[in-house]
Design a protein around this ligand. Structure first.
Ligand SMILES: *Cc1c(COP(=O)(O)O)cnc(C)c1O
Length: 342
């Protein structure tokens, strides 16, 4: 199934689904991992599925440059830089954020792949969204004055076009789950700018897939998450003429495990990351997948996930984030005890 838009198919799909026997035993569930961190370019991650569609659209419009926005350590920015590098485009990433004091993690990769990183401090007068858009538009004009044709991708790539990568992934998951005999599973995915969740939601519905879907919210929203989801869905429905409807109550996005902020250092999240690393040699990231996995562990404790349930957790990538100073310094403190100097 497809919604009729074209993409540049640069990914090696499908990504694998792996069973995690040690964590499954410990938690009393059947936990599978959809390895969307293994998506190749620029160290991989979920944004590449969206970018297959953005790249096609950008090429159609004769773009010479991709411009996107986010936090200073945006994974989406890093993967936009990767796609730009691979396909001979320039790239700039705009963030309303402070310079983190060093060039490491995603910013290091952005610069290695040749992208400009443009930072502007928060004026604390207007919302981040407003400041981000205004700054991005000013930067876009500047590059255009230098002769570039700039293709703008919003934060996280979450607009109507940005759902298509995970709309396709819904079919991929449905086929893989059937092959594995786990069609009664629930997919769990971290929710940031929501394009990943919305793509899966629409794809699963359109296919009448037996798989169910829950999101784990990563950072508090200013407005109601379900109201946001409903208005995003309505835009998508109108854009593609979807033949089904959805109400606010259809969006299962759990808001209880944000730990109070975006990309904040959280001891329980780090514990969840260490546990996954020590039992399965899978590396999660502190902003999204570690927080979502901590959410899964809490959902089991809170009986929102039943013992014996089968879960497919989508590993959306983000591992370069372990090297951002505010996470790394905390981890150094906690892990120092295993460094033995003879
Ligand atoms: C962006 C991102 C997400 C969230 O995806 P959205 O489509 O923004 O909801 C999850 N995990 C990682 C690693 C990401 O970079």
């Amino acid at each position: 199934m497809s919604l009729g838009c074209k993409k540049v198919p640069f990914l090696d799909l499908p990504t694998p689904i792996e069973y995690l026997p040690n964590i499954s035993r410990e938690l009393g569930i059947n936990l599978y991992l959809k390895r969307d961190d293994l998506t190749g370019l620029g160290m991989g991650g979920n944004k590449l599925r969206k970018l297959e569609y953005f790249l096609y659209d950008a090429q159609q419009q004769g773009a010479t440059m991709l411009l996107t926005t986010g936090g200073v350590q945006t994974n989406h920015g890093r993967l936009t830089a990767a796609v730009a590098a691979k396909y001979g485009l320039k790239c700039a990433i705009v963030a309303i954020d402070e310079y983190p004091g060093e060039i490491s993690a995603n910013i290091l990769l952005d610069r290695m792949m040749g992208a400009d990183v443009i930072l502007k401090e928060d004026d604390h007068l207007r919302s981040l969204q407003v400041q981000t858009h205004e700054t991005a538009m000013a930067v876009k004009e500047r590059y255009e004055a230098q002769g570039e044709t700039v293709y703008y991708i919003p934060t996280g790539g979450s607009n109507e076009l940005g759902i298509l990568g995970y709309y396709d992934c819904a079919e991929e998951l449905t086929v893989q789950a059937a092959e594995l005999g786990i069609s009664d599973s629930r997919i769990i995915v971290p929710v940031g700018s929501m394009g990943t969740y919305m793509g899966l939601f629409c794809g699963l519905k359109d296919l009448e897939s037996p798989l169910t879907l829950s999101g784990v919210l990563i950072a508090p929203y200013e407005e109601s998450v379900r109201a946001f989801a409903k208005s995003y869905f309505d835009k998508v429905k109108e854009c593609y003429g979807l033949e089904f409807d959805a109400e606010k109550s259809d969006f299962h996005i759990d808001e209880d495990y944000t730990c109070g902020g975006y990309n904040n250092p959280v001891p329980e999240v780090r514990e969840a990351i260490y546990n996954m690393a020590r039992k399965e040699a899978i590396i999660l990231d502190p902003c999204y997948t570690g927080k979502a996995f901590n959410g899964i562990c809490q959902m089991i404790r809170d009986r929102k996930i039943e013992q014996g349930e089968t879960i497919i957790f989508v590993h959306t990538g983000g591992q370069p984030g372990i090297n951002t100073p505010h996470h790394r310094l905390e981890m150094e403190q906690e892990l120092m005890d295993g460094i033995k100097i003879l």
